[in-house]
Every structure is written in structure tokens, then in C-alpha cells.
Unconditional design. Structure first.
Length: 384
């Protein structure tokens, strides 16, 4: 039996993270104007999610030594003393990327199947397998393969169309039933939400898993079919099209083979749980691509408000991820809960720049290496 090839030599830090460039605090647009106190609770949430990560132990312990309600001057001094800003660039070298928005929607539903409530929110099925290759291939740390057993082979899991047709063994996995398939689809896009039952009770659901199929934009599908123009392919535009064309809804929704499974969450949480495992904070949490940005890190985001040229420069926390969030300079801005948050999220399709704020002693060369190959154009492109 031939000997295995020798391991590749470690690459220097400069080649591992070429998309990170050291910056100064003066280079962050609006750094002096932001209300950093408003971001402090979100940062403390990040520390809870990073408690087992030694790279963050020092700064999180230092944060614990500040008063419970620190003043803005103290918070600003804390970040400037404990962190180094790094401007992020795309794989192709540009400093700008896409900033979209998401929110926590409210749906109407029932614990039981009725003529009105007949569209199920599913928990993860028992036959869904998750294959983690990171032990053998550390460079694939952010990659999880989903599938199912067919005989002695692992094959792709069922697509959205197959799940909707009843092919997948999801019977008995219904958490609640809702009254609108389009709202259910967008719940899967958002990744979390609340369902109001007829008796007034609220059921909170959050992301549990996904069927492993790639995300496909139904907004782009409508544009490609000539059904909507690009400027109308927003969340609201897609919902309006669905109401006008109910007979074509299955065709539209099944254009995205990705399907999200949920779990029920406690109602006492301050916000939906993100990928970091901590509650999200309205207007202070973002979803990022963890291949290009450390999950949990503070991020300085310089962008504009939806449908506006008004600056939106703010300290955010990278506390979530998403199937459509692909690229080094790519963010999904969490607007919070309810209709107004939904209007802001649905209209947000802005350009933006991002700076990762990392501890001054952060082992920069150990960040994910895959991001150098990520193209910033691979995200949702502003389409749902």
C-alpha cells in the first residue's frame, strides 16, 4: 500500500486572508456619531455565543468589567483599545457588496389541520442525515452535507417539490399549520418567525435544518420568465404576483428546491436565535458568510437606508448566516419583528462596505480560508 502524500505546508497569514486589510478608526464612516451604547447588549450576546472560543476570552472578560450600563465614552474607548478594524474586500478585490434585510414575520396558524390552516411548518424529518467532513478536511469546516440513506448509499435529500408532494417522510412532523403558502415560503427565507393561534397564543419557531439543496431566487425566476421587472421583484412584489396567480404558485415556489425545517422556541427570548445560538437584536444583528467573516465578530457596516441615499453607518454583530448570504462583503440586516420591520427588510437592496472588528491579539491566520474564493455576486442579488 503506497504511503500517503505529505501534508501541505502551512501558508503564511498574508496568503490566508488577503481580503482583510488593516484600517484605522478614522477610516470608519460615522464611527464617532453612532450610539455604541445601543449596540452593547448585542455585543454581550455575542460574548455568550463565543464563550468557548479562546480568541475572544480576553475581550469578553474585559467587557464584563465595565458597568452594567456603561456610558458611550466608555464603550467607544473599550472598542478602540481592545479591537483592530479590518476592512473586508471581495474575492475580486472590490470593497463594496450587497446589503439586504430580513425580519421576524407574524403568521396566522393552528396546532391542527383545518380547511383554513392547511400549510404545515415542519420539524426536521428523522431520515435527514448531516455529514460533517471537517474532522478530515478542516478547510470544509463551514460545509455540512445533507442527504438520506438509500440502501447503503447516501443520496441527496428530497427537494421542495418532493416534500410538498408528500414523498418525504414528514407526516407527524408538523409543528403548526398556517393559512398562506407564500407567507410560509418567506418564513423559510427569514429563518424564524411567530405564529398567532386563533386563541391568541403565540408559537415561536426558528431554523432547525435544511434539506441540502441550493437556494434559488424565485424573484430571479419571475424576472427571467418576464413576469416581473427587476425593480418589482421585491418581497412585496412577489407576494402581489402570487395573489394574482394562485394557480401558478406551486411552479413559482418549487423553483427554489431548498426547504427549511423549524423547531419551536421559547417565547421569553428577546429575539429569534441566530446561527451563533444567541437572540438577535433588531437593527444591531446581521447575517454574514462565515467563510469570509468570523461569526460573532463586531462589524462596522457603512451602507444606506432602504430606497434612500441616507447614510446608515452602524456597529453591528455578525450573529447569523443564511443560504443566500454569499460573499466576503455581504450582509443581511436584521430589522426586528412585525410589519414595519418587514417593509424595511423587503425594500433593502443597498450597496455597502464592511469592517471586521477583531481583538488586537486575534489569530488572524486561523480564520476560514475558503472566503478567498467566494464571489460577492453569488448572494440573493436583492431578489427573494
Amino acid at each position: 500500500m503506497p504511503s500517503p502524500p505529505p501534508p501541505e505546508p502551512a501558508r503564511p497569514a498574508a496568503s490566508v486572508m488577503p481580503w482583510f486589510k488593516a484600517a484605522t478608526w478614522e477610516q470608519l464612516p460615522g464611527w464617532r456619531e453612532d450610539d455604541l451604547v445601543a449596540a452593547w447588549p448585542a455585543f454581550l450576546q455575542s460574548c455568550k455565543g463565543l464563550k468557548n472560543n479562546p480568541a475572544w476570552t480576553g475581550v469578553c472578560q474585559a467587557a464584563g468589567r465595565l458597568p452594567a450600563a456603561p456610558e458611550g465614552v466608555a464603550v467607544r474607548a473599550f472598542f478602540e483599545q481592545q479591537f483592530q478594524p479590518w476592512q473586508i474586500s471581495q474575492a475580486e478585490g472590490g470593497a463594496e457588496g450587497l446589503v439586504t434585510g430580513y425580519y421576524e414575520p407574524l403568521l396566522r396558524g393552528s396546532r391542527y389541520l383545518t380547511p383554513k390552516y392547511r400549510f404545515p411548518i415542519h420539524a426536521a424529518p428523522d431520515d435527514l442525515l448531516v455529514v460533517d467532513l471537517s474532522a478530515l478536511y478542516p478547510e470544509l469546516k463551514s460545509l455540512r452535507l445533507r442527504g438520506r440513506l438509500q440502501g447503503n448509499k447516501v443520496v441527496p435529500y428530497f427537494s421542495r417539490a418532493e416534500i410538498e408532494a408528500g414523498t418525504a417522510p414528514v407526516r407527524g412532523k408538523e409543528l403548526v399549520w398556517v393559512d398562506d403558502p407564500v407567507e410560509l415560503f418567506f418564513l423559510q427565507i427569514q429563518g424564524s418567525g411567530r405564529v398567532r393561534l386563533d386563541n391568541g397564543d403565540i408559537v415561536r419557531v426558528g431554523y432547525a435544518d435544511q434539506n441540502g439543496h441550493p437556494y434559488r431566487s424565485i424573484g430571479k425566476w419571475l424576472v427571467d420568465k418576464g413576469e416581473l421587472t427587476l425593480d418589482k421583484a421585491s418581497m412585496q412584489g412577489i407576494k402581489d404576483w402570487g395573489r394574482r396567480n394562485p394557480e401558478r404558485l406551486p411552479e413559482l415556489l418549487n423553483a427554489n428546491p431548498s426547504y427549511v425545517f423549524f423547531r419551536e422556541l421559547p417565547n421569553h427570548l428577546s429575539g429569534p436565535l441566530g446561527a451563533l445560538g444567541v437572540p438577535l437584536t433588531a437593527e444591531r444583528s446581521i447575517a454574514i458568510d462565515p467563510r469570509g467573516m468570523p461569526l460573532g465578530a463586531p462589524v462596522w457596516l457603512a451602507t444606506t437606508r432602504p430606497n434612500s441615499s441616507e447614510s446608515l453607518n452602524r456597529l453591528m454583530m455578525a450573529q447569523d448566516t443564511g443560504g443566500a448570504i454569499r460573499g466576503n462583503v455581504r450582509a443581511d440586516f436584521f430589522w426586528g419583528f412585525g410589519d414595519e420591520a418587514g417593509r424595511q427588510a423587503g425594500a433593502m437592496k443597498q450597496r455597502g462596505r464592511m469592517w471586521a472588528l477583531l481583538p488586537t491579539d486575534f489569530p488572524i491566520s486561523t480564520a476560514p480560508v475558503a472566503a478567498s474564493a467566494v464571489n460577492g455576486a453569488n448572494g440573493k442579488s436583492g431578489l427573494q
